[in-house]
Design a binder for this molecule. Structure first.
Ligand code: AMP
Length: 298
């Protein structure tokens, strides 16, 4: 496994990698959620590249950029065991040189949900992912359903910019009690950690109601809010029942939906989601036209 920091090194090692190249962008402090994406890439691609970069431009001024957990030696040991070929650990100076002033923005999809509560967040995400894609030039890139809106936004950006990259979405990996794995779970004290299962319980209650025939969007949102209200450590930022493609809030009867929420447990902001009515756990992949084949998974 090669580990590189500078762009010239990255480009040189990348040129020698057998294709297709699968790419998993991360902010490090890796857990089984990240590793599940690495394993998908390993199964499907001839080479696997992982980036580790805590991207300053996707954090708001009052967010946790400086406190975000970091442990590079541990991350590298985990990636080595997964048979990763190349790890890129760029510095902020490589990604944002003096005088940087070019941004990539996806307009509508970023106005709602996370975008409505974290101004500038997706501009930071789409800009850094574009730069990572340009440098790594993968054929396939892997994102987690855990960050559902991020996955949709990246698919939209890839399509709008005609990037020749398939965007694959892997299922959310959870703790045995349902809590979605997240690097930020490390902020939770034991009492908060127990309370944090309320997101999964609220989503599961709404999914169960949907499976039993409940179709009203407002009722599905109310079911989630009722479960969340029972947890005194939980402060709800939003609860949503949205169209899985446009991410617009739904009203009246729904056939399929992205149920999602952002909830503060103490000072820690957690997000989670579930798809209903889709017959699948994750968003379908985005496959660029030049990669269409008769047997491609569409
Ligand atoms: P991050 O390091 O938080 O930027 O996450 C890197 C990638 O891992 C993103 O595509 C996330 O959606 C994905 N990811 C994070 N947590 C999970 C999880 N619990 N299950 C699946 N994928 C995840």
């Amino acid at each position: 496994m090669r580990v590189v920091t500078t762009l010239p090194e990255l480009r040189r090692v990348r040129r020698g990698l057998p294709e297709p190249v699968g790419f998993v962008p991360t902010m490090g402090y890796l857990h089984q959620g990240h590793l599940s994406l690495v394993r998908m890439a390993r199964r499907e691609c001839a080479s696997v590249v992982v980036s580790i970069f805590v991207n300053p431009t996707q954090f708001g001024p009052n967010e946790d950029y400086t406190q975000y957990p970091r442990d590079l030696p541990r991350d590298l040991a985990l990636l080595e065991k997964e048979g990763v070929d190349l790890v890129w650990t760029p510095t902020p100076e490589v990604m944002y040189p003096q005088g940087f002033q070019t941004w990539v923005t996806v307009e509508k999809l970023t106005q709602v949900l996370e975008g409505a509560h974290r101004p500038g967040h997706f501009r930071g995400v789409t800009t850094v992912v574009t730069k990572l894609f340009n440098a790594v030039q993968p054929q396939r890139a892997y994102f987690g359903q855990k960050d559902a809106q991020q996955a949709r936004v990246i698919q939209q950006m890839t399509r709008d910019l005609n990037l020749p990259i398939a965007i694959i979405v892997g299922p959310t990996v959870r703790e045995p009690d349902g809590l979605a794995l997240s690097s930020r779970n490390t902020y939770l004290n034991p009492q908060e950690r127990r309370a944090a299962t309320v997101l999964y319980r609220a989503l599961s209650a709404a999914r169960r109601a949907f499976e039993q025939g409940e179709r009203d969007a407002e009722t599905l949102r109310r079911i989630m809010l009722e479960v969340l209200a029972q947890e005194s450590l939980a402060r709800v930022q939003y609860v949503s029942c949205a169209d899985p493609e446009t991410l617009e809030e739904l009203h009246g009867p729904v056939e399929k939906a992205l149920l999602s929420m952002a909830v503060f447990i103490g000072k820690t902001r957690l997000i989670d989601n579930m798809l209903v009515g889709m017959g699948r756990e994750t968003f379908p992949p985005y496959i660029p036209e030049e990669q269409w084949t008769v047997d491609s998974e569409q």
